[in-house]
Design a protein around this ligand. Structure first.
Ligand code: FAD
Length: 437
């Protein structure tokens, strides 16, 4: 059965022919058939990666989303074993009523277990719990022409480490066993306060991060001068009591892709100014449901369409602590000088919990993520931003990337050669080809 799949940013806009399977037992034959006919392939989860890391060099992918069964659940210890195509939303639907939550979650619940491991995703609690890979007990891996392997810190440890953050290149993950965290309520006690500039963000982060499970900030990347980096800081914790209920709110839907981006500087200026002003100048506490707290964008299905037919790129970098404030100031100044803005602009301090993954993105420092409508000016802007990140010893996030140059990648991720040595030769992405050759 074949179908079409795209990456989330629709840039590059290259449709993937998806070869689906219904059962884990069919995966070896499917990899073999697609790799033999097209020379190579790549696992595809739910297409929530923005750039080209989820696009096969042959544009022929193995669609894993259809492997979506739970295999074993242990509610006494909060351990779930499920097929790789199960989404985080499906895990939460089962685990929340039992009093368990994902140890780490990215900003969308529509990613698969396999995709979350392959990009070693991080969330608002990186400063405490590290990445998704820190909470994986084991998984099943299929490599072309080999019997199925069990991977864990004790069994096939090299492949375990290389597959976490391994961008789908070491084999196809067919199932995984993960650890959840206990909760008493599905609500979050959150505190919100707006800040006037970047220095204040760093002050708030140093003061509050270690006191809360979750911490993140939105910034107004169009603000200039003394207001550079102003924004809204949010911290949160699972509420100590309340209901354990799964969100059932109806979602909106962007029905079509307009010919041009609905995000432009006029709409951005108005949005950013209003968004900043509606938030309180003194800390305000509220109890909110988990969905709007963790997944505000999931409320609008296919929101990526608002960027029009040319799509968009997300730029996400992380800068080491020692130079983070200086480099972030420089990045924001460059963005403002280019007159480019992003309505999504997220700042987050990452912690020092080491990931078991070889090529994991976060490092102790500060991460900045911005969405830009695809247009010609991005090349020059990204070159300037890349130079700042490079100079600061930072790096870009492959899960979001569609432009990084090979030299920067290889310098920022020196373990890439170890991953290449363990790569299944029948698996190759457009991203890997671009940055390693
Ligand atoms: C709104 C939004 C918010 C986001 N927020 C965050 C965030 O806060 N933090 C963060 O880290 N990321 C974030 N992301 C990125 C997203 O979490 C990752 O790109 C994630 O890996 C996507 O998972 P997927 O299942 O859609 O996989 P895909 O995007 O389809 O694939 C991702 C990679 O995983 C590989 N892969 C998929 N399934 C398998 C498998 N079974 N076996 C082997 N390899 C496999 C693919 O080959 C590819 O390399 C966000 C994305 C969106 C759209």
């Amino acid at each position: 059965m074949t179908d079409r799949r795209y990456s989330w940013g629709r840039y590059p806009d290259i449709p993937q022919t998806a070869h689906a399977c219904s059962w884990r037992s069919e995966v070896p034959e499917l990899i073999s058939a697609v790799a033999t006919e097209h020379h190579s392939t790549l696992a595809f989860g739910n297409g929530r990666s923005y750039g080209d890391s989820c696009l096969a060099i042959t544009d022929q992918v193995i669609q894993l989303r259809t492997l979506n069964r739970f295999i074993e659940v242990d509610w006494e210890h909060g351990i779930v074993t499920a097929e790789a195509g199960v989404t985080l939303a499906e895990i939460l639907a089962l685990s929340i009523p039992k009093g368990w939550f994902l140890s780490v979650t990215p900003g969308t619940q529509f990613v698969t277990l396999g995709g979350a491991i392959a990009n070693d995703v991080h969330g608002k609690n990186h400063h405490l719990r590290g990445t998704f890979g820190n909470h994986v007990h084991s998984f099943g891996l299929l490599r072309h022409g080999q019997p199925p392997l069990n991977c864990s810190p004790c069994e096939n440890p090299q492949l375990f480490a290389a597959t976490i953050g391994g961008l789908g290149l070491t084999g196809v993950i067919t199932w995984a066993k993960i650890q959840l965290i206990p909760i008493n309520s599905s609500q979050i006690d959150s505190t919100i306060v707006r800040f006037e500039n970047l220095a204040e963000f760093f002050r708030l982060s140093a003061e509050l991060d270690h006191l809360h499970e979750y911490s993140v900030a939105w910034i107004d990347c169009l603000a200039k001068g003394t207001k550079t980096g102003r924004g809204v800081f949010t911290v949160g914790d699972h509420a100590p009591y309340g209901s354990l209920s799964v969100e059932k709110r109806k979602k909106l839907h962007v029905p079509v892709t307009p010919p041009f981006s609905l995000i432009n500087n006029l709409s951005l200026h108005a949005f950013n100014e209003t968004y900043w002003r509606v938030h309180p100048a003194t800390p305000s506490r509220r109890r909110v449901s988990y969905e709007p707290f963790f997944y505000p964008l999931d409320g609008i299905l296919e929101w990526n369409r608002i960027y029009g037919r040319k799509g968009f790129q997300q730029y996400q970098c992380v800068i080491p602590d020692a130079v983070a404030e200086v480099a972030m100031n420089e990045l924001l100044a460059v963005i403002a000088a280019f007159g480019q803005g992003s309505f999504l602009a997220v700042l987050k301090r990452c912690g020092s919990v080491a990931s078991p993954g070889l090529l994991s993105f976060p490092l102790p420092g500060t991460s900045l993520a911005l969405d830009f409508p695809q247009n010609a000016d991005l090349t020059a802007l990204f070159q300037r931003m890349d130079a700042i990140v490079h100079q600061a010893g930072g790096r870009l996030y492959p899960a979001k990337d569609a432009h990084m140059n090979g030299n920067d990648f290889r310098q920022a991720y020196p373990a890439w050669e170890q991953l290449e040595a363990l790569r299944d030769p029948s698996l190759l992405s457009r991203f890997w080809k671009r940055v390693t050759s």
